[in-house]
Write a protein that binds this ligand. Structure first.
Ligand code: 8ID
Ligand code: ZN
Length: 350
């Protein structure tokens, strides 16, 4: 397989952008890394936060974003045993971790203080060739389509992990806030596959129609509802509220509101990362209704294997639109306005 010296990439030269489509060198894999020829890569709202410098975590600049990259292994370091040239592989947010700290030892590798993050602290997958640590890369079976699987590599794994962290059981109801976005569309499919009942919360008719197809039993439109709390409670089968709330929205308000419609004994899972936002909950209600509030951050390697297995078994079908790499700036604009139902997947030039 011939590997070129240079390649096309979308590069943010400085915090705030803009993005520049340009030729950059093809990276060389280190001893424990694989080089993946990326065929498709999803566009996550995290990529927009990274370029804009929204979070209190320093971002590499210049930056090649992207962390939902699916492609073919074209080179590997001498220590790599689990991948062969020609295998299909996925590069995720967690590009690598130390393997030695307490968190890595206990399979909480996303919590590793020295984790390398694709498209944030190291260059990601908005380029034709990207590297990642082999132990943290995902194996993708050859019969799995690389375009549809790309969003699973962050959005799918993250929502699957969040649903597990919530502790909900089959038959119980989960409220998914931001159901019409990238993570939200996949969350509905995972929830359905896990035997859960879904109340979807988002805005606009395009997202409502999509959510009703994906598994939402009752959709609450936050842009139209006059009493969101009452509407969400009324949408649960017995009117008592959701057993779990999965917060995927990129705005602060739902993070303040969720305690009002979660059921007593219920769990709120914060996943969305709106800039400068706080979680707020009334102490009295939280105590006497025994509400749990937790954060959930991507997934560990086993969560990745499980989430991909749901997909490979045909249980996860979420809509996505394919666009060329050059369209990333326009996709970011749509994303900022909340105008994307589901996920965009970029196709890399051959
Ligand atoms: O590991 C993690 N915790 C993790 C992993 C991946 C992504 C966290 N994230 C974060 C992203 O950084 C981002 O902050 O999850 C958030 C959602 O990512 P996304 O799904 O890629 O974003 P999107 O496609 O833009 O969807 C967001 C949806 O939220 C809706 C929007 O309409 C959109 O459909 N939304 C908003 I903004 N305000 C809402 C509200 N008040 C709302 N939906 C309901 N109520
Ligand atoms: Zn992501």
């Amino acid at each position: 397989m011939s590997i070129p010296e240079t390649q096309w990439a979308q590069v943010a030269e400085q915090v705030g952008g803009p993005l520049v489509l340009k030729q950059i060198p093809v990276p060389k894999p280190g001893p424990d890394q694989i080089l993946v020829k990326i065929r498709y890569t999803g566009v996550c709202h995290t990529d927009l936060h990274a370029m804009k410098g929204h979070w209190p975590l320093p971002v590499k600049m210049p930056l090649v974003g992207g962390h939902e990259g699916a492609g073919v292994v074209v080179a590997k370091g001498e220590l790599v045993q689990d991948f062969e040239i020609g295998d299909h592989a996925g590069l995720k947010w967690l590009n690598g971790s130390c393997g030695e700290c307490e968190f890595c030892r206990q399979s909480d590798d996303p919590l590793c203080a020295n984790a390398a993050l694709s498209g944030y602290t190291v260059d990601g997958t908005f380029q034709q060739y990207a590297v990642g640590k082999a132990t943290h890369a995902s194996k993708i079976p050859k019969n799995v389509p690389l375009d549809a699987v790309a969003p699973v590599l962050c959005a799918g794994i993250t929502v699957y992990k969040g649903l597990k962290e919530s502790g909900v059981r089959p038959g119980q109801t989960v409220a998914i806030v931001g159901a019409g976005g990238g993570l939200g569309s996949l969350a509905q499919q995972y929830a359905k596959a896990m035997g859960l009942r879904v109340v979807g919360i988002d805005g606009g008719d395009e997202k409502r129609v999509m959510c009703e197809k994906l598994g939402t039993e009752a959709f609450v439109d936050f842009t139209k509802s006059k009493d969101l709390v009452a509407d969400v409670k009324a949408a649960t089968p017995d009117g008592l509220g959701a057993h779990a709330v999965i917060l995927l929205a990129v705005s602060e308000k739902p993070f303040q509101q969720a305690t009002e419609y979660v059921r007593s004994r219920g769990t709120i899972i914060a996943i969305g990362l709106p800039p400068d936002a706080s979680l707020k909950a009334p102490v009295f209600q939280t105590v006497v209704r025994m509400i749990s509030i937790k954060g959930s951050y991507v997934g560990n390697r086993q969560d990745g294997v499980e989430a991909l297995d749901f997909f490979a078994r045909g249980l996860i079908k979420a809509p996505f639109k394919v666009a060329p790499l050059k369209d990333l700036p326009e996709i970011f604009e749509l994303m900022e306005k909340g105008q994307i139902a589901g996920r965009y997947v970029l196709e890399l030039p051959e």
